[in-house]
Unconditional design. Structure first.
Length: 292
């Protein structure tokens, strides 16, 4: 839990919740704030299984997974390749597109070019290609006077993606089963605060959708999970422009380390499917392995 990424605080919250839930299921749990001494900490604890509650870079992009493979410690969630590809938004979209799963038009551009001019017809979204949880996202409106003033902390190369209007939908996949569809309501952009602050968003589960759209969400989520090679738990996020019917449904990304906080979406879907939070966490531990 924890770690050095931009999503450290969310990861600490996820870690605390998962640790408490696993203790409630009878597991002996040690909480490790993953830092530069992670190998030493693991050598001291000698765990049977590592429950990966890290989010963002290093914990979600294949890095810690590779370390655990090297140490031969079984771990939860996705392995090295799936984690790395899912975290690379542009590469994962290419994988989805290869299966006929609709994605938004996008491209990778130099940060300075995006600052100087519109590299795409507005409206569009600018974001890091390898972060999650709406970290560093800029929405450029159709009537924008000029290109976005990107923060210096943004990477040298950024992802620019056509803005897709519509309803926010998400599907959790657990052990190769798509659970259900949740619709997310917010007052504005579904940003970092909307995701993690109490009251930042409201969730409708199951989403009130036409049967065709509901079924497509489940189908696309499972196909995306499989094409990336995900394991354990993943969550696919969608936008649906209902004015276009099924042609208005696009996948945004797949999260291989979904949030596990009191306001998180995957635990809600697990509960809807009949799993308590403790049972969900236990199922992930029981699924842990190397060579994922």
């Amino acid at each position: 839990m924890g770690g050095p990424s931009a999503e450290r605080e969310v990861s600490l919250s996820s870690g605390r919740e998962c640790a408490a839930a696993l203790r409630g299921e009878g597991f002996e749990v040690t909480e490790i704030d993953a830092g530069a001494d992670l190998v030493d900490q693991l050598a001291k604890v000698k765990p049977d299984v590592v429950f990966n509650a890290l989010h963002g870079r290093w914990g979600e992009d294949g890095c810690v997974q590779g370390l655990l493979e090297w140490l031969r410690i079984p771990y939860t969630h996705s392995g090295v390749r799936a984690s790395a590809v899912a975290m690379d938004k542009e590469r994962s979209k290419a994988a989805f597109h290869s299966l006929g799963i609709p994605v938004a038009t996008s491209g990778l551009f130099a940060k300075e070019a995006v600052r100087r001019r519109h590299v795409m017809q507005p409206p569009y979204v600018v974001k890091p290609n390898n972060e999650g949880s709406s970290v560093g996202i800029y929405l450029v409106h159709e009537d924008s006077n000029g290109p976005p003033a990107l923060d210096d902390a943004m990477p040298d190369e950024v992802l620019v993606e056509a803005f897709v209007p519509g309803r926010e939908l998400t599907v959790a996949v657990l052990k190769d089963q798509a659970l259900t569809v949740t619709e997310i309501h917010t007052d504005g952009w579904y940003d970092y605060d909307a995701k993690y602050k109490p009251g930042g968003s409201s969730h409708v589960i199951p989403a009130d959708l036409p049967d065709e759209i509901y079924g497509l969400c489940l189908d696309y989520a499972l196909k995306a999970h499989r094409v990336l090679g995900c394991r354990g738990l993943s969550r696919a996020d969608f936008r649906w422009d209902e004015s276009k019917g099924k042609d208005g449904l696009i996948i945004l990304e797949v999260n291989t380390q979904p949030g596990m906080t009191p306001t998180s979406l995957a635990p809600e879907q697990g509960e809807h499917a009949g799993l308590t939070f403790g049972q969900l966490c236990a199922a992930l531990v029981e699924d842990a392995s190397c060579d994922r």
